[in-house]
Design a protein. Structure first.
Length: 442
């Protein structure tokens, strides 16, 4: 049974015309462990993504009192209890400033994602998600997919300084991009290449030699600039090439229905609904290999989330709401922090709800979740909360680890190595490190 090739077609004839029907991802295509294709030894691909929420947390409601596997989940982590064994929690890791001014809601986020203190949005790119995407070198339609669910077109994924990868802010726009024109249902046997794609690929091929000649004649800085430009062309070539071949069938894939058109709204209820829909669409896109890299923004770092019927934003409340004398923290701010963890749980539900191999899609995803600060009222970049979910056998999960003031770049370095990036040191100044987190790496 295992001798059947994965790309086997059922062949026949219909009114004198040869036809072929592709097979789905059957168990006989996989090895005994259900983690790789038996014929080639090629593993089910691992995806990477980030999930961000703004304005930090309430430390006493988020940070476990003990480290290790037997920690008790504080109140704000309790929604995540079903995923305890698939989560690694990190507290007490810091962005080191080295005398660089702390740019509120910017330094912490980009310090974590680049390994250096960053005073403004002219981040020293690329961010770690781009480095990982390049190492994966996946032959997918989209190099990465960025999503922002609170109505603000913001992204913290950068290939070059000053140029964030654009995000989708509406479910219908995301659906049209992923499953509209150009999408090929992997289980549709009636594949016919679009003649327009043949013309496009011919045009790009025609200038290949000329652009190679130009690269040899330019100076270093111009070659770097042109290489960045040609990277986008190579992505286009890759997308076109994919349109000329039938996609491999995907077991259990069903085409999602188009969401209804809606106006982005920063009300928490609306954002939760938008996030739920977009997470479901993203999960489907990952299932049928539209991309292997993603970045999801529940709320930007200066969180614009609002309670229903209120004009006060989450960010405003972090600075203006008095600390409740009995609770010892800002009650309304705590409400948003709890809602953010509920949204994170719902995201994991969507990813884990898709069977794949001997497990789920979450088993074949490594997701780095983080905020931009610890205590938003003071814009603190010490102890930024970080979680890692999934990761299959590349990482070890099921515990809480206290960083005790170590640079947060240790997490970024370890995640990159887990995802196959050939890097021994990462970061700059006192954030530069070659110390991986042994507890995380398998």
């Amino acid at each position: 049974m295992n001798s059947i090739p994965r790309r086997t077609l059922l062949r026949g004839a219909l009114q004198g015309t040869a036809v072929g029907v592709a097979l789905p991802l059957l168990n006989c295509f996989l090895d005994d462990g259900g983690k790789a294709f038996a014929a080639t030894g090629q593993r089910i691909p691992l995806r990477f993504g980030t999930w961000i929420w703004g304005c930090g947390y309430i430390p006493e409601l988020w940070v476990p009192e003990t480290s290790g596997h037997d920690y008790q989940m504080p109140e704000h982590l309790k929604p995540l209890e079903p995923f305890r064994e698939q989560l690694a929690l990190f507290s007490g890791f810091d962005v080191k400033l080295d005398g660089v001014p702390n740019k509120p809601h910017v330094t912490g986020c980009f310090g974590l994602r680049t390994g250096i203190p960053v005073p403004d949005y002219n981040v020293k790119a690329p961010t770690l998600d781009v480095l990982i995407g390049d190492a994966l070198n996946a032959q997918t339609r989209f190099r990465s997919v960025e999503i922002s669910t609170s109505g603000i077109e913001r992204s913290y994924s950068y290939r070059t300084a000053g140029s964030p990868n654009p995000s989708e802010v509406s479910p219908i726009a995301l659906y049209q991009r992923l499953f509209g024109e150009g999408f090929q249902d992997p289980n549709d046997a009636g594949f016919t290449p679009d003649a327009r794609h043949m013309v496009h690929t011919s045009v790009l091929s025609a200038v290949k030699e000329d652009r190679q000649r130009l690269m040899r004649e330019l100076g270093v800085e111009d070659r770097i600039r042109l290489d960045e430009y040609f990277s986008s062309i190579r992505q286009l070539e890759q997308q076109i090439a994919l349109q000329l071949e039938p996609p491999a069938p995907v077991e259990n894939f069903q085409m999602p229905e188009a969401p209804t058109n809606s106006t982005p709204d920063s009300s928490m209820d609306s954002v939760m609904q938008t996030h739920r829909i977009m997470a479901g669409l993203l999960a489907k896109a990952l299932q049928c290999h539209q991309t292997r890299v993603f970045n999801v923004l529940l709320s930007d770092t200066t969180s614009n989330l609002r309670r229903p019927g209120s004009t006060a934003t989450h960010h405003t409340l972090t600075h203006e709401e008095p600390v409740d004398p009995e609770l010892g923290y800002q009650k309304q701010v705590g409400w948003f922090a709890m809602k953010s963890m509920m949204a994170w749980r719902e995201f994991l539900d969507e990813i884990a709800g898709i069977p794949e191999g001997d497990g789920t899609l979450l088993d074949n995803c490594l997701v780095l979740a983080h905020s931009d600060c610890s205590i938003a009222k003071s814009h603190a970049v010490e102890g930024i909360p970080v979680m890692i979910a999934g990761g299959g056998d590349r990482v070890k999960t099921g515990y809480h680890l206290a960083g005790k003031g170590d640079p947060i770049s240790r997490i970024g370095l370890t995640v990159q190595q887990a995802m196959g990036v050939q890097v021994e040191r990462w970061g700059a100044l006192s954030m530069e490190t070659n110390r991986t987190i042994a507890e995380l790496l398998s």
